[in-house]
Ligand binder design. Structure first.
Ligand code: NAD
Length: 258
């Protein structure tokens, strides 16, 4: 049985990915939010899944190392991390984007993903494994309100290429998934900001603002679901994807076409 480690697994996409992976593997759910990740893991364990949980702030090296050690102690050696932890949803006009916000976004989204990838490559030391990094369509949109977020996710794509090259000779694969528009806390925060700051959104509900973005941005005119993303992650981590590395799959109803 493989052992997956999912970061940002307390809720949203991370919880759905952990639940999907737990159908086939042992899973360590990690998150910076201690109580929510414990609750999410307890729900999965109650349904018979082989799961454990640990608190992990992906922006901190020692915290990432401790999470891998916790997995090994409780479930076995990790061979497939899914890097889902991320921050976003803070819309900011480009000229007012601060150094602090830029650095914080990169610390979690980019450094956090790097630290987990590096830890897996170190620990697997020349043996196979598989990584999925969650990027975002925001890496390709040039959207002014999310300059920090978009750039941090674009960096995740190039990091994925590097890890794929480093791991390729020994069968360690790395791929990225670019989710489209999924209604989670991240979009709730973004839409609340728009309602407060954008005259076009004033008076609408967060759900209405989200629906209008789906209508405008998604060629298939439908939002994506956490399950859509979880299925793509499960595929890329499975042996069915044994010859796929260094790739990005957009699960976005056609927003980004490559
Ligand atoms: N929701 C979308 O439409 C969408 C689209 C594209 C990409 N994404 C990406 O998917 C991932 C999950 O997003 P979501 O929509 O589920 O958001 P979310 O806010 O619901 O979940 C993010 C999770 O990450 C955790 N987290 C935050 N900082 C952390 C840290 N330093 N260390 C560990 N965990 C931390 C949070 O506690 C939370 O549980 C993110 O990387 C996000 O950028 C989401």
């Amino acid at each position: 049985m493989s052992v997956a480690l999912v970061t940002g697994a307390a809720g949203g996409l991370g919880a759905a990915i952990a639940a999907r992976l737990a159908q086939e593997h042992a899973v360590l759910l990690t998150d910076v939010d201690a109580s929510r990740v414990a609750d999410t893991a307890a729900d999965l364990a109650a349904s018979g899944a082989k799961v454990a949980h640990a608190v992990c702030d992906v922006a901190r090296e020692t915290s990432v190392e401790e999470a891998f050690a916790a997995a090994e102690e409780q479930l076995g050696e990790v061979d497939m991390p899914a890097n889902v932890a991320g921050i976003g949803g803070v819309m900011t006009e480009f000229t007012t984007l601060t150094e602090e916000q830029w650095d914080r976004t990169f610390a979690v989204n980019t450094r956090g993903t790097f630290l987990t990838c590096r830890e897996l490559v170190r620990r697997r030391a020349g043996r196979p494994g598989a990584i999925v990094n969650i990027a975002s369509i925001g890496a390709r949109l040039g959207w002014e309100g999310i300059a920090d977020y978009g750039a941090s996710k674009a960096a995740v794509l190039e990091l994925t290429h590097t890890v794929a090259r480093v791991g390729a000779p020994t069968g360690l694969r790395a791929n990225a998934v670019m989710p489209g528009l999924i209604w989670t806390d991240m979009w709730r925060h973004a839409t609340e900001w728009m309602i407060a700051n954008d005259p076009e959104a004033a008076g609408a509900s967060p759900e209405q603002v989200f629906a209008s973005h789906v209508e405008r941005m998604v060629p298939m005119k439908r939002p994506q679901t956490a399950t859509d993303i979880a299925e793509a992650v499960a595929f890329l981590l499975s042996d069915k994807a044994a010859n796929i590395t260094g790739q990005t799959i957009s699960v976005d109803g056609g927003v980004i076409m490559t």
